[in-house]
Design a protein around this ligand. Structure first.
Ligand code: GLU
Length: 309
């Protein structure tokens, strides 16, 4: 699909880029440390199929935590909200995404929400299928349909790099297994989770997925309801309350749109009823959000009055 480069967007991107010098590329997953700090791009996808962009929107990046919203949507379709929310909660934590602290204080040790790692691991555990390969392939097919891009795949390099170093996530899994929140082999679950996080696409694909959420789960171009309305609503609510790590509250005040970010520097935004946004800028702030991405969304929200509040 063609995406038209927009002078207004280019201007906002230029302004937002000034903060990149204060950010840092994530390197706790070694393969992510090789990202170029100055990369920065955005695509906006409208329901009528139009798209505008700025920066190199061909650049591929891995979804990381952005995948958590999509796996949640699929698991809610697979199992229904009652089953899912018996095993993972609905409350924001205010803690970093990989924190183990609250798990020990909860009885049962049910993770507080599906956007923190502990909760996302439980969600991935609930993905239906007879093997890791089948569960991953179902998720990938779902993502290909949402992005309307059958070429979307995953980075074996990033998946392997995370799998080899994910000892904190391993610890979370063992804790969850000890408390019977999950009951599968931890290495198998981590294999699936790290592949999920390493699913790779560009800004345009991401903006299209954001657009589907913005349109209540319906693909306006072929009329198909890919995600049921009530499930799209649950996902967008989590994006507002816990999508931007432990600065979700500040983001809701300053930007006011459902959004989800990942440590690769991606941000998916959904402006309800209007359009989807895909951003890639790997220089992160101290909370783990793309530093220029946040600045850009603040500028867009202010200039185009995008806040839903
Ligand atoms: N794969 C990453 C992890 O589990 C995702 C983190 C993120 O993007 O917030 O640590």
């Amino acid at each position: 699909m063609q995406c038209r480069s927009s002078n207004d967007l280019i201007q906002f991107v230029t302004e937002a880029k000034s903060v990149i010098k204060n950010g840092k590329v994530a390197d706790y997953i070694p393969a992510l440390g090789r990202a170029k700090r100055d990369d920065f791009s955005i695509a906006i996808h409208y329901p009528d199929g139009n798209c505008i962009s700025a920066g190199d929107i061909e650049k591929q990046f891995t979804l990381q935590s952005i995948s958590k919203v999509i796996s949640l949507a699929l698991v809610l379709i697979d199992r229904g909200p009652d089953f899912v929310f018996e095993r993972v909660g609905m409350e924001p934590t205010g803690d970093p995404f990989n924190s183990i602290a609250k798990l020990e204080t909860m009885a049962p040790a049910k993770p507080l929400n599906p956007m923190i790692n502990a909760g996302a691991l439980v969600v991935t555990h609930m993905l239906k299928g007879n093997s890791v390969e089948e569960r991953f392939s179902r998720l990938l097919t779902f993502i290909q349909e949402l992005s309307n891009d059958p070429s979307v795949s995953y980075s074996t390099e990033v998946a392997y790099s995370e799998f080899e170093t994910a000892d904190l996530n391993r610890a979370l899994c063992y804790f969850l297994k000890q408390h019977q929140i999950i009951n599968e082999d931890v290495e198998q679950l981590l294999k699936l989770y790290t592949k999920q996080c390493a699913i790779e696409m560009n800004c345009l694909d991401l903006a299209r997925i954001g657009m589907i959420f913005a349109m209540d789960g319906r693909d306006p171009l072929n009329g198909k309801q890919i995600i049921p309305i009530d499930i799209a609503r649950i996902c967008k609510t989590f994006m507002v309350t816990c999508g931007m790590y432990n600065s979700s509250g500040e983001f809701a005040i300053k930007v006011g749109i459902p959004a989800k970010s990942g440590v690769s520097g991606g941000i998916m935004g959904s402006v309800p009823g209007k359009f989807g946004i895909g951003i890639f800028g790997p220089a992160l702030d101290e909370k783990g959000n793309s530093i220029a991405g946040i600045r850009l969304l603040e500028l867009l929200s202010k200039n185009y009055n995008l806040s839903m509040f």
